[in-house]
Design a protein around this ligand. Sequence first.
Ligand code: GLP
Length: 227
Amino acid sequence: MHIETYDQLSEQVATLVAQQIATEPDCCLGLPTGQTPIGTYKLLSTWSREGRLNWSKVRCFALDDYLDVPPALSFHTFLSEHLYQHTNIDAGNIFHPGMTDNYDALIEGQGGLAMTVLGIGGNGHIAFNEPGTQFLSWTHCTWLDDSTRKANQASFGASRPPQKAVTMGVKTILSSRRIVLMASGEKKKAIVEAAFRGPVSRQVPASYLQEHEGLEVLTDFGFSLTR
Ligand code: GLP
């Protein structure tokens, strides 16, 4: 499918997730937050309400979350509102990195990630793996870059965005059998090209994905990559 618009991008990613669930009804999914996946979640929610998707055995893992924020502003709540509450997912199959001290063991114990959907931050972060994050990184707490806090300011109104977060690490994400990275808008074109046409570099954590055999990069600005 040639993708030219955000709606087409959202539909393509939602279709990949729906196909993954249909193929492997008890799969483990890694799920992102932010503005980019909202259209995807809207479609998945609609299809779920129409009974076209069965989440009863699916296990969902949030990529990351803020630390020290009111529950209403957490990524766990974001995913509940944008997706989980519109599906028949079992509450016991919803996981997030703030719920345990060993998220990686939890993921491994559930069978590992079958598919992880990612966005990309303006500074090349994936989940909250900020520039400088080592390749050999597992789930960890991190200080957020100023640019990341600025980019997420809208979610916090007049309050200052959090300084700290907990995130799946680079190795946690790379352990996923399939990775679908989605990016929307000309503003993300340069960082996507740097990540996938430039060198693998700690300064652009998304570039670590270049080596992943099950990678798909989908955008609405003419860049795509399938490995
Ligand atoms: C946040 C999230 C990332 C997300 C990024 C981009 O930092 N931790 O998972 O990919 O923002 O967000 P957006 O899609 O709003 O540009």
